[in-house]
Design a protein around this ligand. Structure first.
Ligand SMILES: Nc1nc2c(ncn2[C@@H]2O[C@H](COP(=O)(O)OP(=O)(O)OP(=O)(O)O)[C@@H](O)[C@H]2O)c(=O)[nH]1
Ligand SMILES: [Mg+2]
Length: 674
């Protein structure tokens, strides 16, 4: 018996074809594979279908048994993917499923790998910000970087790897008789040998004096280092050129130094402005999300392979499990994965609040002190304040970092309805068209926000007992927000008019009043028994209430606000206790760092998984007789169900930029542009 694993032919007679796929299979002493040829052809096409848009050509149905001579098979329009040649299912399992005597594997020749390898250009760029600074770092990556070093530092030995070494840098192109032209009198030079470098290639870093003229002269000298006739052997064919935007990172990705989610996290780390954004970027860089996606993808491909084998070979091959068991166990796995991904997507939404900022709306009656509160929070006169009711008309949006959380606070028109339909003290005046539009926009903005601050003025009543200024329009708007599940906080302003003592004695009554006024709708975001937080503040600068350290209680209010942010953005473990494998908290907090792009693909993946579960009868409801129906009477259902798994897997491939997925190149373009 011999193993006829076919290797990539060097004297490739099909050299003009894009490349070939090889099926390697075991044969017996007579050279027989024992596989009926049509079955082999179907299997091969099934494998290739996994890669979108690939068709087999030159695969004639020879009839009878497949012979080793029937292979290789040539493929038209293959995707130029490095990992195309990877095995897509466990060959040993597939062999067992098909009842083959020897394993069956899919290969592509190494030429494909070369095709998609990064070009061998050497690239360079100023890696620190342009402008005058103490130090400027220039990075050079690629095969010619040592040759460039030798030309810039003639006669000087190569620095020890990863050891900063002081060197004078010279102009590489000088006439023989001229005195040497020094570009920088003392630069630190570092050499990083491949493969453990930022790009996976040999890399040289020049830490220059940061004067713009020095930087300019070195950047100009680098491409001149390899002028014709002076090239060393290493660099004979090298092109030296400035790096494109993101090109160092792209090389790191192609050389396996960074995963695509890590590349995204790197982009976020560089743009992070708030503490929470920084935290998120660090989580993304460390979380191993790519590995997680890849495991899920492999699991789906594997499940699909099993279903396919079931469809193709159930009639005449022996399987370890009955078809019923196989479908039920696949559906169970998929249903587990679906639950897991759902929690990830939920956490991703929370992470988006950290990344993009928490939207806050100031909702209240006219003159309640909304603009005054905004100005106190941001510490400047961002909005006009006046004693005239209806001062603010348009929405005034202000971005601010509150204790590390990026927030966008919207000050808006006060809510009132006008004399006819109202009874409150604020509603005696006419409401004009402009104000009406402002009120409409305010209600809309509150519904689009993550947190709604309901601002209510508290004033001494005629008998000295504090009263709250609430009108019908406000009550309705708050109910609307609560029904929509918005996070609500009550902020009672003008506490200074009442004073600390009166506030203390009347607080319980005021809270009860708020409860009765606003608690008519189900409190979806608070849960039963939990109350909406209430804060009393004064927007005046004096310490009439609060303390000298916290005049007006504004800091106490902000602390309350950040603890609400903490709850809003904490990673959820969902119903993880019901998952097959329980995970610890760090597993879930990693999913906060999922980017919007990743989340979109995960949502699409979930849709396909749901479609699969619906088609396969769902994990829990599969009974043996139903499965038999599926297989015997309605085989098409299993075929299309298996397709859903393929779509779901390709959504995951788009996230990592690896594996199959037709538009992966487009995905890479989008990520590296950033
Ligand atoms: N005593 C006292 N006066 C306040 C306080 N907050 C606001 N005011 C006053 O209340 C009046 C209205 O304040 P604004 O901040 O303009 O109120 P608003 O809610 O933005 O009003 P509109 O824009 O008309 O909806 C102004 O005269 C403020 O000086 C406070 O905490 N204490
Ligand atoms: Mg205002």
């Amino acid at each position: 018996m011999l193993d006829s694993r076919v290797q990539s032919p060097d004297n490739d007679e099909h050299a003009d074809d894009d490349f070939a796929i090889f099926l390697a299979m075991g044969v017996d002493a007579q050279g027989h594979t024992g596989i009926p040829y049509p079955k082999l052809a179907r299997l091969a096409q099934g494998l290739l279908d996994t890669f979108d848009g690939v068709d087999l050509t030159d695969l004639a149905d020879a009839g009878g048994e497949a012979q080793p001579d029937d292979i290789p098979m040539y493929v038209s329009n293959p995707p130029k993917r490095r990992d195309f040649w990877a095995r897509i299912v466990d060959p040993e399992r597939r062999r067992r499923r098909m009842g083959l005597k020897y394993p069956l594997e899919l290969y592509a020749p190494s030429r494909l790998k070369q095709d998609v390898e990064q070009g061998t250009d050497t690239i360079y760029a100023l890696s620190t910000a342009p402008g005058r600074a103490a130090i400027a770092v220039v990075r050079i990556s690629g095969p010619a970087c040592l040759e460039i070093y030798r030309r810039l530092c003639p006669g000087k030995p190569l620095p020890q790897p990863r050891t900063a070494t002081l060197r004078k840098l010279y102009d590489p192109e000088q006439d023989a008789g001229d005195p040497p032209r020094v570009l920088d009198s003392g630069a630190l030079v570092l050499f990083f040998p491949e493969p453990n470098t930022a790009t996976g290639e040999p890399l040289v870093e020049l830490h220059l004096h940061g004067g713009p003229a020095i930087v300019k002269s070195v950047l100009e000298a680098i491409p001149r280092s390899l002028s014709a006739g002076k090239r060393g052997r290493d660099a004979a064919d090298s092109v030296i050129r400035p790096a494109e935007a993101g090109e160092f990172t792209m090389r790191a990705f192609y050389n396996g130094r960074l995963t695509l989610p890590q590349v995204e996290a790197l982009g976020e780390a560089l743009t992070a402005e708030t503490e929470q954004q920084r935290r998120l970027a660090v989580l993304g860089a460390e979380s191993g999300l790519a590995q997680r996606y890849e495991e899920w993808r492999q699991m789906l491909l594997y499940a699909r392979g099993e279903l396919e084998a079931l469809i193709d070979f159930s009639e005449d091959q022996h399987f370890d499990e009955s078809p019923t068991e196989l479908i039920a166990s696949t559906a169970k796995q998929v249903s587990d994965l679906e639950r897991l991904i759902s929690i990830h997507v939920h956490n991703a939404s929370r992470g988006e609040l950290l990344r993009n900022g928490i939207s806050i709306a100031l909702l209240g009656a006219p003159n309640a002190g909304k603009s005054s509160l905004l100005n106190r929070i941001v510490g400047r006169e961002a909005a006009i304040v006046s004693a005239e009711a209806g001062t603010t008309r348009d929405i005034v949006d202000v971005n601010i970092d509150i204790d590390g959380w990026l927030c966008r606070i919207g000050d808006m028109a006060g809510l009132r309805r006008g004399p006819a339909a109202s009874s409150g003290t604020f509603d005696r005046e006419e409401v004009g068209l402009v104000e009406k539009e402002g009120i409409r926009r305010a209600r809309e903005r509150a519904l689009q926000s993550d947190v709604v601050l309901v601002v209510i003025a508290i004033e001494p009543g005629s008998d000295g007992v504090p009263v709250l200024s609430i009108n019908q329009e406000l009550t309705e708007a708050v109910h609307e927000c609560r029904t929509a599940g918005k996070q609500i906080l009550f902020v009672l302003t003008k506490g200074d008019l009442v004073g600390d003592e009166a506030l203390r004695s009347h607080m319980a009554r005021l809270k009860a009043l708020l409860d009765s006024e606003f608690a008519h709708t189900p409190d979806s975001n608070m849960g039963p028994g939990t109350r909406v937080p209430v804060f009393v503040v004064s927007c005046l600068e004096h310490d009439l209430i609060g303390s000298a350290l916290d005049p007006g209680n504004i800091q106490a209010f902000l602390r309350g606000l950040t603890s609400v942010f903490q709850n809003l953005t904490a990673s959820s473990t969902g119903s993880s206790s019901s998952l097959a494998t329980p995970r610890d908290q760090s597993y879930w907090s990693a999913s906060l760092s999922i980017t919007h792009r990743q989340k979109t693909h995960l949502e699409q993946c979930l849709n396909h998984l749901c479609d699969f579960l619906a088609q396969s009868g769902s994990s829990s409801s599969i009974h043996s007789d139903e499965c038999d129906d599926l297989i015997d009477d309605d085989q098409v259902d299993i075929v299309t169900a298996a397709e859903h798994l393929r779509y779901a897997a390709s959504c995951l491939a788009k996230i990592t930029g690896r594996g199959e997925g037709g538009d992966v190149e487009d995905v890479l373009g989008v990520v590296f542009e950033k």
